[in-house]
Design a protein around this ligand. Sequence first.
Ligand SMILES: Cc1cc2nc3c(=O)[nH]c(=O)nc-3n(C[C@H](O)[C@H](O)[C@H](O)COP(=O)(O)O)c2cc1C
Length: 316
Amino acid sequence: MNLGNLTLSGRLIVAPLAGISDLPFRLMARRCGAALVCSEMVSAHGLVYDNRSTVALLKTDPEERPFSVQLFGASPEVMGRAAALLSDRPIDVLDINMGCPVKKVVSRGAGASLLRDLPLARAVIRAVVRNTQLPVTVKMRAGWSRDAVVAPELALMAQDEGVSGVVIHGRTARQFFSGSVDFEYITRVCESVSIPVIGNGDVTNLEQAAHMMQETGCQAVMIGRGALGRPWVFSQGRPALTPVERLSIIDDHLALMQEHLSVHEALVAARKHVGWYVRGMRGAAGFRKSLYEMKSTEEIRGQTSLFFSLEVPGPS
Ligand SMILES: Cc1cc2nc3c(=O)[nH]c(=O)nc-3n(C[C@H](O)[C@H](O)[C@H](O)COP(=O)(O)O)c2cc1C
């Protein structure tokens, strides 16, 4: 599949997840087979005003490319300036957030709020496309509410403005994460445009991803929550992993945290991700609790190995 002049090696993409999609998480997704990795949403204002914590979100590594950076904002001028700034960096795709329903974002007119103002959405898209040579994508929800579904129209508008692909999460903003994804929303976007459509929502394995592509006609699938503690979801055609293989992935992930994050950031991330990795295992609840008493990422590495050794059949 192509996004503009960029050819992707597969059809599974890791979703942007605020507070989660840091460099180690993206590197793990990529190592496990994700065809494209995405930053969490990055404030265009923060970039233009050189906010340190915003710029820190752009930290990347050649191994994770192709790398998509997602911008959010409601001012065409600021979004255009942010796009121009990003174009000098080692980035492969610029994505525009038109789906986030969170109050902090929507109250500023950004994210899913743009679904309620298509002329402004068009101006934002135009400003970004005109200020970068990179392929641009737009990630959207179906509409603000069930009676205001605009994704097919917005996707067509994006295509007219020179966007290279769209991501559609098959829920409305009002729905947040309730109910289940409606394939009809994705199908209608696919029927509306000729650029690639990436379907999104509730996919947790390869079969579901294939089903979404088959049923809706989307060319690729983006996976978010289904990749938490399960980055191997991107490994096409691999049989179920043994505990030893899973532990080896966790250990790689923890090593990447130690390499790329500050000591404190690594500890916070390690607690969170290991909590997800052990989900479903015997004793997981107790182990998850104990993670908060562990004082270093190194200790978490050791204790996680120990916890897994209880699952691993010993020599008979
Ligand atoms: C914790 C969390 C953070 C998210 N952050 C972002 C974000 O920064 N940008 C964005 O476009 N979507 C964000 N999303 C939405 C996801 O990218 C995705 O569209 C949604 O979770 C549905 O896909 P899934 O069912 O595979 O998780 C977030 C979702 C969650 C649960």
